[in-house]
Write a protein that binds this ligand. Structure first.
Ligand code: SAM
Length: 240
């Protein structure tokens, strides 16, 4: 998969050099390029924003650098992937559709995603119209019902959720199967050794004995029951 990120804070994306995503990049499973939007400005101050038309607080990202950035990054990507390959362009946006595990599954099949990180009050609306008019597939994705300062944190989260689903990125593919949200339920509680643990207050805390029984069918049934109970308590909306 190829991923391009366009941002005014390229250094914000440096965590993507670490851990499993960093290794996936080094192993060639993901080609991830970060681009500075300001490289597509032409004035001395490298301006990417201006005051909102119609008045109001804050600043709005100008359309010209974004249109030039998309054209430049699209040309770069098509040079390596082929002229007929088109990217999915994702704008993190609190007014977008909720990004879920199902979205992550769908996007993990993409050959190419371009992320566009908004800042300030957001991006001039005509950029979305322009991209749709030239035939680009555009998605607006919200991380949740709250407002961040910029799209970079959302891109970190979305990239991690998507890239870990690409075969070979997570060592043990089975660990992806029983996770929260993979089957619509929350994951069951987890325990490791020691089975009997005395906590710092001196209280002995035992792991559920069934997990030591060696009876895989009973363990699976217990876990399923725990998943249902936990989902009902914490996220009744998922059970519906
Ligand atoms: N004025 C916008 C609004 O009210 O919908 C909020 C703009 S926010 C301060 C700046 C940028 O942060 C957005 O363009 C988007 O890229 C990103 N952002 C903020 N909250 C987000 C969220 N919940 N999910 C995804 N991206 C978000």
């Amino acid at each position: 998969m190829r991923i391009d990120v366009i941002t005014i804070f390229p250094e914000y994306l440096s965590p993507l050099e670490l851990s499993l995503i960093g290794r996936a990049r080094r192993e060639g499973l993901v080609d991830l390029q970060v681009h500075d939007l300001r490289s597509w400005t032409h004035d001395r101050h490298r301006t990417v924003d201006d005051t909102p038309l119609g008045g109001g607080a804050g600043m709005v990202m100008k359309p010209e650098p974004w249109a030039e950035a998309f054209a430049g990054v699209r040309a770069q990507g098509q040079e390596s992937l082929g002229a007929d390959v088109e990217p999915l362009i994702v704008f993190p946006n609190p007014a977008g559709s909720p990004f879920t595990q199902a979205t992550a599954q769908e996007w993990s099949q993409c050959e190419w995603i371009i992320f566009a990180c908004g800042r300030y009050e957001g991006i001039d609306e005509r950029v979305y119209q322009h991209l749709a008019d030239i035939g680009c597939e555009v998605a607006l994705a919200s991380l949740g019902d709250y407002v961040l300062n910029g799209g970079e944190v959302a891109v970190l989260a979305i990239t991690e959720a998507v890239v870990r689903l690409i075969p070979g990125v997570v060592g043990n593919a089975e660990s992806l199967v029983e996770e929260s949200h993979s089957d619509g339920l929350l994951e069951y509680p987890l325990y490791t050794r020691p089975a009997s643990w005395t906590d710092p207050q001196g209280i002995l805390r035992e792991a559920p004995p069934i997990l030591l029984s060696g009876d895989h069918a009973k363990i699976a049934a217990w876990r399923r029951e725990q998943s249902l109970q936990r989902t009902g308590e914490r996220r009744p909306d998922l059970l519906e």
